[in-house]
Design a protein around this ligand. Structure first.
Ligand SMILES: Cc1cc2nc3c(=O)[nH]c(=O)nc-3n(C[C@H](O)[C@H](O)[C@H](O)COP(=O)(O)O)c2cc1C
Length: 165
């Protein structure tokens, strides 16, 4: 976690990003020196998110282990959901395949079918490890309200206990 290094070097506000999906992540980021957080995967799985309901339910069902790293051999690693297509891409790369060999599988047109039609094995789709922390599909208002109140509780109760009176 290099947020403290960024905080030491910067005078502008810092937004931490990656792996944050609940109040614990928010409080940890604040402790590291961030002023706020960005959440990709967590907002993907909210009522307001325009992706198909099936994808949201798959995020809830998935654990932190259900991802694949593609494009590693091309020095352009991307984390995507584990599915038929991402496993196939990794296999082709392991066998020495080049981008041309996976181009059609990783196309945006295929990925769109996942998000728009809920066809979970149509293509690759981005998702973070923090899907392992996601257990519901709340409205954004509920999500943020819950995160703020749980963060306050964490700071006032759990963290306060680590500080001597
Ligand atoms: C559906 C989706 C699409 C994304 N697309 C891109 C992208 O095209 N380029 C990029 O640099 N990051 C992309 N990201 C990563 C986000 O910008 C952000 O850094 C990341 O989601 C934060 O981590 P988190 O998902 O654990 O909150 C994407 C993330 C998601 C969930």
């Amino acid at each position: 976690m290099l947020i403290p290094a960024a905080a030491r070097a910067l005078t502008i506000p810092i937004v931490a990003s990656g792996g944050i999906a609940d109040a614990r992540g928010l409080v940890a980021a604040l402790a590291l020196g961030a002023d706020g957080v960005n959440m990709g995967t967590r907002f993907l799985c909210t009522q307001e998110s325009s992706i198909d309901q099936q994808v949201k339910e798959q995020i809830v069902a998935n654990s932190e282990r259900d991802t694949q790293l593609i494009f590693r051999t091309m020095h352009n690693t991307a984390r995507v959901a584990d599915n038929e297509i991402s496993r196939k891409v990794v296999e082709i790369e392991k066998a020495g395949g080049k981008f041309e060999d996976v181009r059609e599988l990783v196309s945006g047109a295929r990925g769109r079918r996942v998000f728009e039609d809920g066809d979970l094995d149509a293509g690759i789709w981005s998702v973070g490890l923090c899907q392992g922390l996601i257990e519901d599909i709340p409205t954004c208002a509920d999500l943020i309200g819950r995160m703020v109140s749980e963060a306050e509780e964490l700071i006032n109760a759990r963290l306060a206990r680590f500080v001597s009176a």
